[in-house]
Design a protein around this ligand. Structure first.
Ligand code: A2P
Length: 318
């Protein structure tokens, strides 16, 4: 499989299985189907509430000799309520225990948003800690200590703006090697792509299919469907493939990792087969026209009265 190279010569398979929204009862089979279909990269997070089931599937696959640990790339993410420096390795140890692993390939700060240690999700403004009080640079020291302790091979961030990445590049000893952000034809983030290329930071595209299974509270009534977009459907018809495969291949053509989520064996395979299709320059140019800067995951849950987080300071966009 095509891979993204890291400075130490590690290689991350460009296509991974997303597990956000995969229910504990579904994700165990999904991981097994994925590995049997050829996936060698699973994207996880503590907050998805399903790492134990992902771990159970991985452990069985390893024990049965269907795949080796060395041939798998496992990513997970630090939740917002463990941003104090000393809490970071502890949170990672809990994730490792759930996943049945002794090391992650990649550990990411899930959001540039800090919550008080006992709060999983904020209900009121006082549940947050501002970034002035607990700066990302401090949390990053905890991430660096995870590498130093051998708990994670690589570290990075998620949902970071160019501005926040640039600031982290200045203060960090171990540089962030990944930013996982929402990326798809409606939110192409070309400036982010250029900045990351210049600074040796890889990008992973989340919600590449438009995450239509998001909880209702995160959906807008008028939101546009990527999978049913006319241009995407036309390109799919022309290439005798599915719209999902066009979306996945588009991300790969741009040199970003991509983590479509599915718990359906057929769709897991279909998504994997996007590795075998190719899009012409004409197809890529047509998709380039679709950018409307539409976020499916707007971070609305961090914005409330009394919270120091706003849409402007979260995304650093006006
Ligand atoms: P399911 O898990 O039942 O397959 P995203 O990766 O952008 O978060 O999107 C995930 C959503 O897209 C889920 O609802 C998932 O459903 C669905 N999905 C995954 N693969 C495909 C596909 N090949 N065609 C259509 N829908 C898909």
């Amino acid at each position: 499989m095509k891979t993204l190279p890291f400075k130490n010569k590690d290689e991350m398979p460009i296509l991974g299985l997303g597990t956000w929204k995969s229910k504990p009862g579904e994700v165990y089979d999904a991981v097994k189907h994925a590995v049997r279909a050829g996936y060698r990269h699973i994207d996880c997070a503590a907050i998805y509430g399903n790492e134990k089931e992902v771990g159970a599937a991985l452990t069985e696959l390893f024990q049965a000799g269907e795949v080796t640990r060395e041939n798998m790339w496992i990513t997970s993410k630090l939740w917002n309520n463990a941003h104090y420096k000393d809490d970071v390795p502890e949170a990672l140890k809990k994730t490792l225990n759930d996943l049945g692993l002794d090391r992650l390939d990649l550990y990411l700060i899930h959001w540039p948003v800090a919550l008080k240690p006992k709060k999983m999700f904020p209900k009121k403004g006082s549940d947050f800690i501002s970034l002035e009080e607990l700066p990302v640079a401090t949390t990053w020291q905890g991430m660096e200590s995870c590498v130093e302790q051998g708990l994670a091979s690589h570290i990075g961030v998620s949902n970071f703006s160019v501005k926040k990445l640039a600031s982290l590049l200045k203060t960090s000893s171990i540089k962030p090697e990944m930013n996982q952000v929402e990326l798809h034809p409606f939110l192409q983030q070309n400036e982010m792509l250029a900045f990351c290329r210049e600074n040796n930071i890889h990008l992973t595209a989340y919600s590449p299919l438009g995450s239509k299974d998001r909880p209702k509270m995160l959906k807008r009534k008028d939101e546009k469907s990527l999978l049913e977009n006319k241009v995407i459907m036309e390109i799919a018809a022309k290439n005798a493939c599915s719209p999902a495969q066009v979306l996945i291949r588009w991300a790969i053509e741009r040199g970003t990792a991509v983590i479509p989520k599915s718990v359906n064996a057929g769709r897991i395979k279909e998504n994997f087969n996007a590795l075998d299709i190719s899009l012409s320059q004409q197809d890529m140019d047509a998709v380039a026209q679709l950018d409307i800067h539409e976020r499916y995951v707007g971070g609305d849950f961090w914005i409330m009265e009394g919270s120091s987080y706003t849409f402007e300071n979260l995304w650093d966009e006006v």
